[in-house]
Design a binder for this molecule. Structure first.
Ligand code: AGP
Length: 607
């Protein structure tokens, strides 16, 4: 996590750095800081809190056309001013910002202390700045000082280093993303491409092991080992859409309401109505390959893993191919068996989640083929996989994922259809599904125009000590997603269970008035879910029921929230909407920071 922005060029850097940080704030918002070089002096401005806090302490004018900036998500060391980046070396000659984790920082720190260097804070990053300064003091170049330091380091880094006596920046990447935007007599450095788009379209994505020496009009790329290499310039051609808040009170609400259009984007041009099939060009899969696929494995974390679970069920239902979802953070540690003929799908909004990246690497190392199901174009997972499908949600800035979830489900539905048509799904079944899928954005709109008694549900959950979420089949992962949303936004402990599992333990939690959220669309499992509802009500629980419009199951609810009717395989795209709104409004009611929930960050780039 953490966001890095850097600038070297002919403009005054401060405004550019602050704006860059503002666009990267979703990556971490514990503390933030900038450092600018001007006339042989480096000025530092740092504060605990968000970019807004930094802005309020910045002097009106801080001169300098070179600088580095950082917004932090704390890993090592508390949220304090001392631990805030940029860090400065003991002699004031080196300043750096770092994203990642230095695993052997304790040993490095001990040896620095033994040499009389005082560690100011508790971060792992601080060892880097002092080590580089020690090397520099031996008379070597800035590049050599960084290279020598990094060769002693174990861990991950996205690094941007500024030097008091040299007109350049040094960047390095190993596991944490860093992108260099090349302008006319100016260079920009960023953790992701979005803050760059307003300055330049020409970018160089650093790869793991890269080290770059950046001046205002040159970029020299080499590997950590020393061999120089060519910088491949990519053009940012993705229309990343509107990313400002506009009139919305929070990004999350804005993004919830963007779901119909986002889903249209995701579906558009990707279905073959005539053949009743999906057409995902980026998957580069031939029909004769698809026929031979023995099984599918899906990987992701958090909401992405939940979308993957829905994808897994759709693949099994439509294509009759065994499919399993794995939590990416567990996967590679279990020494997985990889079948080179199987399909592996890495699902990730950001495309930067360290655990998912590590799983992709493990699969590739063992000869498996991995496809990305990713939102951010040019992200690490997209590039690592080299093939896959972009979900086209547009920028998702709220830490709580909403429109990326529905678009992941949308893309996986199309993939399942494509796979299904090579096997068990008939043309007519495919056509029917396509017709229904194309209706979903309208149905979403119609629900979002009249969302039902969400506030009654909010009243029940906002005062609860815990909330139980239940669903069956495709609705079990939807229940999980609802629970994750409420937990991460309102900090209320939530449990999500497949409804049939409730009586095997979680039911012990129920007492008079306990809120239970049940997702029960009108599918083949509804009757069974009904039994679970009765069991909960018999123990005094209050049922918040998400169901299809006009369904008589509504009578069972204390709070009944209807969503439009849809094909049973597409229900997650609608039933999740009231759950997102419920979490959103509960967080607002409780006065929580909706877009920036405590302790979290949008892009989890550390393991
Ligand atoms: C969702 O609301 C979360 N903030 C989180 O679970 C997220 O989905 C997870 O960290 C995975 O992120 P990714 O999709 O960018 O890989």
């Amino acid at each position: 996590m953490c966001g890095i922005f850097g600038y070297i060029g002919h403009q005054q850097a401060l405004g550019l750095l602050v704006e860059g940080l503002r666009r990267l704030e979703y990556r971490g918002y514990d503390s933030t800081g900038v450092a600018l070089l001007n006339d042989g002096e480096i000025s530092y401005h740092r504060t605990v809190g968000k970019v807004g806090n930094l802005q309020s302490i910045l002097p009106a004018n801080v001169p300098g056309s070179q600088g580095i900036a950082h917004t932090r998500w704390a890993t090592h060391g508390g949220v304090t001013l001392e631990n805030t980046h940029p860090h400065r070396s003991f002699d004031g000659k080196v300043t750096l910002v770092h994203n990642g984790i230095i695993e052997n920082y304790r040993a490095l720190s001990k040896s620095l202390i033994a040499r009389g260097i005082e560690m100011v804070g508790e971060t792992d990053s601080e060892v880097l700045v002092h080590s580089i300064a020690l090397e520099l003091a031996k008379g070597v170049s800035p590049e050599t000082s960084v290279r020598r330091t990094l060769k002693r380091v174990r861990g991950t880094w996205g690094l941007c280093v500024m030097f008091l006596e040299h007109d350049l920046l040094i960047c390095a990447r190993n596991g944490s993303p860093l992108i260099i935007g090349t302008g006319n007599g100016e260079m920009f450095i960023s953790s992701d491409p979005h803050p760059l788009t307003s300055h330049t379209q020409q970018v160089v994505y650093l790869e793991d092991g890269d080290l770059a020496v950046v001046t205002k009009d040159s970029l020299k790329l080499s590997s950590l080992q020393g061999g120089s290499q060519e910088a491949n310039i990519s053009t940012l051609d993705e229309d990343w859409g509107e990313s400002d808040l506009g009139d919305a009170p929070h990004f999350m609400l804005k993004e919830i309401y963007e779901q119909p259009d986002a889903l249209r984007q995701c579906i558009s041009g990707r279905i073959d109505r005539e053949m009743g099939s999906g057409r995902l060009g980026g998957m580069q899969l031939q029909h004769n390959t698809l026929i031979q696929v023995p099984h599918v494995r899906l990987l992701g974390c958090g909401t992405a893993a939940i979308a993957a679970e829905i994808g897994q069920m759709l693949i099994e239902r439509m294509a009759r191919i065994p499919a399993v979802t794995h939590i990416a953070s567990e996967y590679r540690n279990n020494d997985p068996v990889i079948n080179p003929k199987a399909l592996y799908l890495a699902v990730s909004q950001s495309g930067e989640t360290a655990d998912t990246i590590a799983a992709v690497k493990e699969i590739k190392l063992k000869g498996g083929q991995v496809f990305g199901v990713v939102n951010v174009v040019g992200s690490s997972i997209a590039r690592l996989c080299g093939q896959g499908v972009y979900i086209h949600s547009g920028p998702e800035q709220s830490v709580a994922s909403t429109k990326a979830f529905t678009n992941m489900v949308g893309a996986l539905t199309i993939f399942a259809m494509q796979l299904g048509r090579t096997r068990h799904l008939s043309k007519d079944q495919g056509r029917e599904l396509i017709q229904e899928l194309q209706q979903v954005p309208h149905l979403m709109e119609s629900y979002l125009e009249n969302v039902g008694p969400i506030d009654e549900a909010v009243e029940l959950v906002s005062s609860a000590s815990s909330v139980l979420y239940l669903g069956r089949g495709l609705s079990a992962p939807v229940a999980k997603e609802g629970a994750l949303k409420l937990m991460e936004l309102a900090y209320i402990p939530c449990l999500a269970y497949p409804a049939g599992e409730m009586k095997h333990g979680p039911m012990a939690l129920l007492e008079e008035g306990s809120p239970v959220v049940v997702v029960a669309p009108n599918d083949h499992l509804k009757e069974k879910t009904l039994s679970a509802i009765h069991e909960c009500k018999a123990r005094g629980a209050k049922i918040i029921l998400i169901h299809e419009q006009g369904d008589e199951i509504a009578e069972e609810a204390h709070v009944s929230i209807p969503v439009p009717k849809v094909h049973p395989l597409l229900t997650p795209l609608l039933t999740v909407l009231p759950l997102q709104l419920m979490a959103y409004r509960t967080a607002v009611l409780l006065g929580k920071d909706v877009d920036r929930p405590r302790n979290l960050a949008k892009s989890v780039t550390v393991e």
